[in-house]
Design a protein around this ligand. Sequence first.
Ligand code: UDX
Length: 432
Amino acid sequence: MKLCMIGTGYVGLVSGVCFSDLGNTVYCVDKDREKIDLLNKGIIPIYEPGLEEILRRNYKQKRLIFTTDLKFAVQKSDIVFICVGTPTKKNSNSADLKYVFQVANEIKKYISKYKIIITKSTVPVATGDKIEKILQKLKKKKIVDVVSNPEFLREGEAIKDFVSPDRVIIGTASDKANKILKSLYLPIVKKTSRYLRTSRRGAELIKYASNGFLATKITFINELANLCEKTGVDIKDISVGMGSDERIGERFLRAGPAYGGSCFPKDTRALLDTAKQFSTNLSIVNSVINSNEKRKLLLTKRVKKILKNNFKNKKITFLGVTFKPNTDDMREASSLFMIPYFAKRGSIINYFDPTGSKKEFSKIKRVFYKSDIKSACYNADIVIIHTEWNEFKFLNFKNLIKNKNFKIFDLRNIYSPNKMKKNNISYHAIGR
Ligand code: UDX
């Protein structure tokens, strides 16, 4: 099939590359010429393990075309995926849909034969109705169907998630569109996953409900970790004990810092905004958002306690600053709150991240990027393990750190408290 992906961000690029690997011809469009030039050289603008190799393979086979020419790409394609960003609007919780509507207004000029228009971007319930309104003349002529097909891939595991998803959700009332999409997804669905057809609004809401629930699960375990700290219980036992109940499930029950990333914070806020518009009280989602915000400050207070109320001139090392491993994405990472907080109070921050230095910290006084673990840790009074990259999992801190009284604050519960105790290391973790 011939596909057009509008927007080469995470969702658009990964889906486009993976669809081409299934034998489709995919036109990937972006307004950003620099990005398209890079992609045409086989360079990907994001850090996603394995993606570049698949991209180069399909580019060579001429199944992947990168262009800024929207008209050309749309006219060539049978299915058009809208994959542009839906960020949070300034000073509000609502998703900014201006890019989605801009695309709809533009593509309507280029459609003269049947095409399926799909929102793959995360869009609030009833956005498809609004797109259909923009395309109403084409809808009357029966040459478009507007479908919702949300994407659930995770950064860092995007290829695996795309190729073997837990489910493929198709929201449409059109049997014709459903038949075509079923055959597009057949190679994927055949393997493991479920193909689920729902209403368009249902599909839109499933995405928010899923992200809202996962954010709730994490926040639940994070709050229980606070209780564990006060009662001398190990949160890892709770996660395993609870998670072994199949009704609960063990995934997304790892306690840690406030959740971050490009989706959970934005989508929980947008879900709350939608609920407000439809006069519905989603009190649980509201609490999750508040609890997650408060967690950022709560963890800085724990650092303060570990440092005996004294931040001044303390050397604080961060191992990892991204919101999770296997990504270079800094969006809503809790380090964005913690590092400036400590620096402002007179601490000196050295950080190392496997994906390099971050522009977010470049202008902050007393914050320094170190190009390896050793130089980041050497002088530390405290090492904060912020992100659970594999290379942080087997460190010999006594060899790495010169200062004899150093402390470790392991936000990801990587190390064993007992082993640390045996080695006389002042070790602090989450919920244990
Ligand atoms: C998420 C969803 O998983 C995905 O389905 C959706 O399409 C986009 O948002 P992503 O943002 O890539 O994916 O990251 P994810 O792996 O879900 O982690 C999000 C945050 O939750 C991270 O900050 C992570 O550290 C945190 N997390 C996750 C925990 O703190 N504990 C857990 O047990 C799992």
